[in-house]
Design a protein around this ligand. Structure first.
Ligand SMILES: Nc1ncnc2c1ncn2[C@@H]1O[C@H](COP(=O)(O)OP(=O)(O)O)[C@@H](O)[C@H]1O
Ligand SMILES: O=P(O)(O)O[C@H]1O[C@H](CO)[C@@H](O[C@H]2O[C@H](CO)[C@@H](O)[C@H](O)[C@H]2O)[C@H](O)[C@H]1O
Length: 501
């Protein structure tokens, strides 16, 4: 990529001026991973001028240097940015503004995130259209590959999807969706790796891949963006599950506490168990396809002991951050001791590539089937960990946690809204909903896969405990009013109450 020592300006604008605008803007972005840490400086480590004129667009890789902080050595994180430059402000793009230059020959020039400018972002589609499968095209260090025979249209308007998450996704027409990976780690992104592997074996459980682009970064070929079929009839599983739970609670509210008329989880119109079963089937099919096409392994005593120790360390670290965990920590550790014992009892555990960040927000129901998206793994984990083999029951346990979340989040919201501690009959209904859907998911998984997750209670409990501990830290940092959701699971798991499935 560009030699940064030679980089003086971007389209005539001094690089220092650009850096100055980026420093306050970056921490405000949803995808910025260094929130709360002090930025020591921002370097432009690569710049490719991809559209010249007004507007102009540069493909940038930024190195953000942070001050050292507890648990974080002073190190640089790298991010990808499509920098748009316009001589004059354009009102419709105000929300994407990085900053405006004042004084000098560039007075009034606007710097902005060009992912939001469909006039510019379609340039990427043009590169994909110029490539054909087996014959990528290059623009400087950027290499554009096409997977599908059919090229995406180049005149489609691009719209960034509303819910910005770890990355930025742009929908073009209602034809394709392109994900720009924001934080860059050298190497192939597992989202691309697993999507291509599944497409190669003909899986219909993923949005079909269309194209991707990459560049050398940190000495490795690194994925920058992935284009897939846009699931125009898709709704994400979290929204669907919430609708079912809302329907159940609305019925309870209508009939009043303890009313014999109040309907149960299997009686309300929005019963979700059929969908949960089908989602279990879809998950097992994806696991089976991953196992037959990518590396697999077996965990025996040493690996299970190491895994149990790793989970124990995560619990220690979490207890430091969230004091509410402390009273339960010793009892939670029993789940990890049982896991280590499983190894000593010679209980081999099959390992394979898995989704790695599985929850109801990572699955979409289309008019015809469940589809799994976002195989990136947990973005905060190192790439080597995300590309390693794991027990597929880790994904299963993560989805079971998600059913628990769907059941309880409304109670947390009501409580945060001033409704007080949830009434016991509502808590019972939430538990019943979670139990019913967790069980249906496991039944679907067992029907389509080789393993019934319910026959592996020790593994499931250890993975679920580990995930709930992670969630406690996540909620305390991001959505404190939702902390009661994973805390209720922590209490259940510490009491070794029968898992609701
Ligand atoms: N192929 C697709 N078709 C339709 N919508 C999609 C598709 N892929 C992703 N989305 C939507 O975009 C959102 C973000 O996608 P995701 O892959 O989860 O990104 P991130 O890595 O930023 O979390 C999803 O929650 C979903 O609503
Ligand atoms: O943004 P990511 O998809 O990488 O995941 C993070 O955010 C998730 C929240 O959206 C969080 O998931 C937790 O909340 C979900 C409901 O919003 C629930 O379905 C999941 O089961 C629960 O873990 C995830 O933990 C976090 O890494």
């Amino acid at each position: 990529m560009t030699d940064p020592t030679r980089l003086q300006n971007l389209g005539g604008i001094p690089v220092d001026a650009v850096r100055g605008q980026l420093v306050p803007w970056l921490p405000r972005q949803r995808w910025f991973a260094g929130k709360g840490r002090t930025i020591r400086g921002v370097e432009v480590v690569s710049a490719v001028e991809v559209v010249r004129g007004d507007p102009a667009m540069f493909h940038l890789v930024l190195a953000v240097e942070h001050e050292a902080a507890a648990g974080h050595p002073a190190a640089a994180d790298h991010y990808q940015l499509l920098l748009g430059i316009r001589a004059r402000r354009l009102e419709r793009l105000d929300y994407a503004t990085i900053g405006r230059l004042r004084g000098g020959p560039h007075d009034g020039t606007v710097l902005y995130d060009a992912a939001h400018d469909s006039e510019l972002s379609r340039w990427v589609l043009e590169r994909f259209a110029a490539a054909v499968p087996e014959r990528p095209v290059e623009t400087g260090p950027l290499v554009f590959h096409r997977y599908a025979d059919r090229a995406p249209g180049t005149r489609l308007a691009g719209l960034v999807v509303g819910v910005e998450q770890s990355n930025t996704s742009i929908v073009f027409g209602d034809d394709v969706i392109m994900k720009l990976f924001r934080r860059l780690t050298p190497g192939v992104n597992p989202d691309l790796e697993l999507t291509l592997a599944l497409a190669d074996v003909g899986s219909r459980r993923i949005p079909q891949p269309v194209a991707w682009f990459e560049a050398e970064f940190g000495g490795e070929t690194t994925t920058l963006g992935l284009v897939q079929e846009y699931l125009r009839t898709g709704t994400d599983g979290w929204e669907l599950a919430k609708t079912s739970v809302r329907d159940l609670y609305a019925d309870q509210d209508l009939h009043g506490i303890g009313s014999a008329d109040a309907l149960r989880a299997h009686e309300v119109g929005g019963d979700f168990a059929g969908e949960s079963f089908r989602l279990g089937v879809a998950t097992a099919e994806v696991h089976a396809d991953l196992a037959r096409t990518l590396p697999t392994g077996i965990a025996r005593e040493a690996q299970l002991t190491a895994l149990a120790e790793q989970m124990g360390r995560r619990l220690d670290a979490a207890t430091e951050v969230v004091a509410e965990l402390a009273p339960y920590a010793d009892r939670l550790r029993e789940a990890y001791r049982d896991l280590a014992r499983l190894g000593r009892e010679d209980h081999p555990v099959p390992l394979q590539r898995i989704h790695g960040d599985f929850h109801l927000g990572q699955v979409m129901r289309t008019a015809t089937r469940w589809v799994l998206i976002d195989f990136e793994g947990e973005p905060a984990q190192p790439l080597v960990e995300r590309r390693a083999v794991h027990s597929p029951l880790r994904d299963v346990a993560a989805m079971l946690r998600s059913f628990d979340y769907a059941a309880r989040h409304l109670l947390a919201e009501r409580r945060a809204g001033g409704a007080g501690v949830p009434a016991p009959h509502l808590v019972r209904r939430a538990e019943e909903w979670a139990m019913r859907n967790r069980d249906a998911f496991c039944a679907g998984y067992a029907k389509a896969g080789s393993v019934d997750p319910r026959a592996e209670p020790v593994l499931l409990r250890a993975f679920e405990t580990d995930k709930a501990v992670y969630e406690v830290v996540y909620e305390s940092g991001n959505r404190p009013s939702w902390l009661p959701v994973p805390m209720s699971a922590i209490r259940r798991l510490a009491d070794r109450a029968p898992a609701p499935h």
